[in-house]
Design a binder for this molecule. Structure first.
Ligand SMILES: Cc1ncc(COP(=O)(O)O)c(C=O)c1O
Length: 487
């Protein structure tokens, strides 16, 4: 880049962006050559890059050379077809194009007036998705509710917790904060715990109800009822229940129908975290996992996990949008405008923590339009079938066991330890995971269920095919052979 700075010169954009697209396309072509889990050591990058920013411009070519040589070794390749860790975080051409467009406009859409299309498109695509999921009509923007795009499921649960907290404080008085009680199973994502910390709900007021192995780690409604009774007798105020459809450890599904009845009877705010598995519910045959959503107050699902929408795109629906607005709205002089004051528009700044917000609905709109519902359903089904194939492979080897029935595209399994191993196979399975991950051939993650170290194999990367699943199983067996020989 020579001469005067032209940060948004259209012709330079064309030239550089074409180069960048070529670079990214080549990256996707060679993705399988890289170790899935980055193999660098902490601090590796400071040894490769200068101590201070360049005084003078450098060329895009030299920067891209550095990306190839210095950055890519430190990237863990979430889009690799051999990525099976955590839950997926999908990219797609449609999502990528939407991100490009969003970067191109680079608007900051906090109020309707700051880009009416950003707000209105978000309202429309969230209604589309609500219909795809067959959410009750109270979640649609035409009623008192509506949907909003948050950055993450953590932000989603935080904003609804704040809305619920304030609703109860308005009813019982501000001094009752220390009596407000939150309920969720011990399998609930730690995002809820963090939300409680931020919302001033002290740890003693968070009831982590034990989800039993006998219920496949779903929350038992009777446990919830008992806990609520104990709290009521103690003069506490039950106020918030979080159910999960597709827990992070094992994809367990809490029984929304029964939990919803209890929540309704006690007037609790009932939030459902379906960050991962909610995506599967666009398929008619999986929709029953969210039966009972009628009795919830809010429902969240991450389109950026498994719906081909690049990170970040966490969808949240509420039945009563005014509860969010009451908690999160501020209106300083410098943000006042005619449209907001006339109250005929949505200002999404009042539905979220930050003020600024990106034009994220573009990428979801692109995904829905370029792929269509039918293809998205097929995409989900294919991953679930691949996971089932993997589960069958595991079951076909007597040295292994599948620990919970597979529901979506996650398989929880382990190497059965010889009976004389004192740690119940913890180290053996840890070492198996470590060996396959450091081989760079596949990447998977773990959890602990009922004291057992469990390997999690989550199918969901856009490029994963049957051959990758079979090869992953071969790699696991190969490493298991080595470990078992050396016990
Ligand atoms: C069920 C569930 N809830 C919440 C989260 C947290 O997601 P986020 O990173 O969007 O906050 C996850 C992450 O995997 C999850 O699996």
């Amino acid at each position: 880049m020579e001469g005067s700075l032209k940060p948004m010169d259209a012709e330079q954009l064309r030239e550089h962006a074409h180069k960048m697209v070529d670079f990214i396309a080549d990256y996707y072509k060679s993705l399988e050559n890289f170790p899935v889990l980055s193999q660098v050591k902490p601090g590796y990058l400071s040894e490769l890059l200068p101590d201070s920013a360049p005084e003078h411009p450098e060329s895009l070519d030299s920067i891209l050379d550095d990306v190839g040589q210095k950055i890519i070794p430190g990237v863990t390749h979430w889009q690799s077809p051999n990525y099976f860790a955590y839950y997926p975080s999908n990219s797609s051409i449609a999502g990528f194009l939407g991100e490009m467009l969003s970067a191109g406009f680079n608007i900051v859409g906090f109020s309707w007036i700051t880009s009416p299309a950003a707000t209105e498109l978000e309202v429309i695509v969230l209604d589309w998705l609500a219909k795809m999921l067959k959410l009750p009509k109270e979640f649609l923007s035409s009623g008192l509710g509506g949907g909003v795009i948050q950055g993450t499921a953590s932000e989603a649960v935080l904003v609804v917790l704040l809305a619920a907290r304030d609703k109860f404080l308005r009813k019982f008085g501000k001094e009752s904060l220390s009596k407000l009680i939150v309920y969720a199973s011990d399998q609930t994502h730690s995002a809820l715990q963090k939300a409680c910390q931020i919302a001033g709900i002290c740890p003693e007021n968070f009831r982590h109800l034990k989800a039993k192995q006998s219920s496949n780690y779903a929350l038992g409604p009777e446990l919830l009822s008992e806990a609520i009774s104990v709290d009521l007798s103690a003069g506490n105020i039950p106020f918030f229940l979080c159910g999960t459809v597709g827990t992070t450890s094992s994809a367990a599904v809490d029984p929304l129908l029964e939990l919803g009845k209890i929540a309704k009877a006690h007037d609790l705010w009932f939030h459902v975290d379906a960050a991962y598995a909610g995506n599967a519910c666009i398929c008619p045959e999986y929709r029953h996992y969210i039966d009972g959503v009628e009795n919830t107050d809010s429902f969240g699902m991450n389109a950026h996990k498994w719906l081909l929408t690049n990170f970040d795109c966490s969808l949240l629906w509420v039945k009563d949008r005014s509860a969010l607005v009451k908690s999160l709205s501020t209106c300083p002089e410098f943000l006042k405008n005619k449209a907001s004051e006339e109250k005929g528009v949505v200002d999404f700044k009042d539905w979220q923590i930050p003020l600024g917000r990106r034009f994220r609905s573009l990428k979801l709109w692109m995904v829905l339009r370029l792929y269509g519902q039918e293809n998205l359903q097929k995409y989900i089904r294919n991953h679930i079938n691949l996971a089932e194939q993997f589960a069958l492979l595991v079951r076909s080897d007597v040295r292994f066991e599948v620990l919970v029935p597979r529901t979506f595209s996650l398989v929880c399994f382990r190497l059965i330890p010889p009976s004389d191993l004192a740690d119940n196979g913890y180290k053996l399975n840890y070492n198996l995971m470590d060996a396959v991950n450091t081989s760079g051939k596949i990447f998977l993650s773990h959890t602990v269920l009922s004291g057992k170290f469990v390997l999690r194999f989550a199918v969901g990367a856009p490029l994963t095919r049957e051959k990758h699943v079979r090869e992953a199983w071969r790699v696991l067996q190969e490493q298991a052979n080595i470990l078992l020989e050396n016990i």
